[in-house]
Design a protein around this ligand. Structure first.
Ligand SMILES: Cc1ncc(COP(=O)(O)O)c(C=O)c1O
Length: 457
């Protein structure tokens, strides 16, 4: 029975992945047609499991976006290296709960092993603690909870026990281009959006270190500074080295949101973009973006394990712990029960190795430059950012034409790119983050974009 049902799922998944590079890239069903095909009354009785899967695949098909494929350039979206999809299936079949050591000793040890590999790959302090969370949003939350704990502990306050309402005031400082997920995380931690002191940025969205220094010199309260490695639009990283020096000189905690940009640290010739990163206090990043493992997978890394554990750890008599040598997964994340999302990462590291991961990141950056070079030669098209990583911001004559080109490209289906405003200008965002994207994919996509531009001008 298991074999038949899993065999059917395998056939559906393999067919999808075999065809993913030739699909119309965006979704192309209407919401109503999807509701009609997938909805209906709650079934009263049983159905044959294989028919359930076959129908599901057929009915969802037109609404499945080929974001796992090589010409999806929306948001910042990785695909999944095949071995990581397979490992993810194993995680589902094993169905381990990674909450406590006793619930899955193998998962706990694998988390420890992968944590060390990540610290080595990024060259971060080897004593840092790592939590395996759903994504960078939750990684920001976890790291900033550790930051809140520590800056208040130094002020003589135990925020986990005493709460925030009567706590000493905490200053929170971030660049003007702080990602919305860090703002969301701060909100969950009791810091209002109006309380965040925003530091001016340069034309690439990088926090200005001199402006941060000036802001820090104005107060002495417990302080958290949020820096960024990899702006979601331009890919540019804040000057982390100067920021970390200023922050630490004032006793502030320095957090780095590096959802994708942190992986520049794994590539020798890109590491200078995040120079000084190893001296920060916490780092949030994603694995489902540039490491190309399936959703969902993020990493919360904290240089000093004590505040990390203090902010996250919960105890109950029935949640039995072993000795101190045993990893307790729930000590490092804002969850208790949790799937074994570390398994795809383990498979990735074993299969690609340090060099393979660096090559994947490097290749995407070269392809982003190739895309920018192909597009910028056309009169009327400008590239709004310095293409230092995998992000390209493209403008087509004016706001209106840019919007029309984005819509035309999405309807054309050769590739998919979304839009955003960059410094008050409408732009097309192109993010090259998929392990399987080739030069040919970039050339075909550039041809399609140029075709749509000509038709829209
Ligand atoms: C800089 C930055 N931080 C955080 C996030 C949020 O990541 P996630 O959606 O994986 O939680 C993103 C997403 O693009 C990002 O670019």
């Amino acid at each position: 029975m298991h074999k038949d049902v899993l065999g059917a799922a395998h056939a559906i998944a393999a067919r999808f992945l075999d065809d993913v590079a030739s699909r119309h890239v965006g979704g192309h069903a209407t919401q109503q047609s999807l509701r009609d095909a997938l909805g209906g009354p709650l079934p009263r009785g049983a159905s044959d499991p294989i028919s359930v899967l076959t129908d599901l695949a057929a009915h969802a098909d037109a609404g499945i976006v080929a974001s796992a494929g090589p010409r999806y350039f929306g948001f910042v979206t990785g695909g999944s290296v095949p071995v990581t999809v397979a490992a993810d299936w194993m995680a589902s079949a094993w169905d381990q709960n990674t909450c406590l050591y006793v619930m899955s000793p193998a998962s706990a040890v694998i988390e420890d092993v992968v944590a060390q590999w990540i610290l080595e790959l990024l060259d971060l302090p080897r004593v840092a603690s790592v939590g395996f969370v759903t994504g960078c949003h939750m990684a920001n939350f976890t790291c900033l909870a550790a930051a809140r704990h520590e800056v208040l502990r130094r002020a003589g306050w135990n925020v986990e026990a005493q709460g925030l309402q009567k706590a000493p005031r905490v200053r929170v400082i971030a660049g003007g281009e702080v990602h919305i997920s860090a703002v969301g995380a701060l909100r969950y931690l009791g810091f209002g959006t109006d309380e965040i002191e925003l530091i001016p940025v340069d034309d690439q969205g990088r926090m200005r270190a001199d402006a941060l220094e000036a802001a820090l010199s104005k107060g002495s309260a417990p302080t958290i500074v949020c820096a960024q490695a990899g702006n979601v639009s331009t890919g540019a990283s804040d000057p982390i080295g100067a920021i970390v020096t200023s922050a630490h000189a004032r006793g502030a905690w320095l957090h780095v949101d590096g959802a994708f940009g942190l992986w520049a640290a794994a590539v020798p010739e890109l590491r200078s973009q995040v120079a000084g990163i190893e001296s920060a206090d916490s780092w949030a990043t994603d694995a489902h973006k540039w490491l190309n493992v399936p959703y969902d997978s993020g990493l919360a890394i904290v240089a000093d394990a004590a505040p990390h554990r203090a902010a996250m750890s919960m105890k109950a008599s029935y949640l039995q712990r072993g000795d101190d040598e045993q990893r307790v997964g729930m000590d490092w994340v804002p969850e208790s029960s949790r799937r074994g999302r570390v398994l795809p990462l383990y498979a990735l590291f074993r299969s690609l190795g340090r060099d393979g991961i660096a090559a994947m990141v490097r290749r995407n950056c070269a392809l982003a430059r190739r895309m920018a070079d192909r597009l910028r030669t056309e009169p009327g098209i400008s590239i709004l950012n310095d293409v230092v990583l995998n992000q390209v911001l493209v403008r087509f004559t004016d706001d209106d034409i840019t919007r029309r080109v984005i819509a035309a490209v999405q309807a054309d289906g050769t590739c998919w790119a979304g839009g955003a405003f960059w410094q008050d200008k409408q732009a097309m965002r192109i993010s090259v983050s998929n392990w399987s994207t080739s030069e040919d994919d970039v050339d075909r996509s550039a041809d399609a974009i140029l075709r749509c531009f000509k038709a829209s001008s």
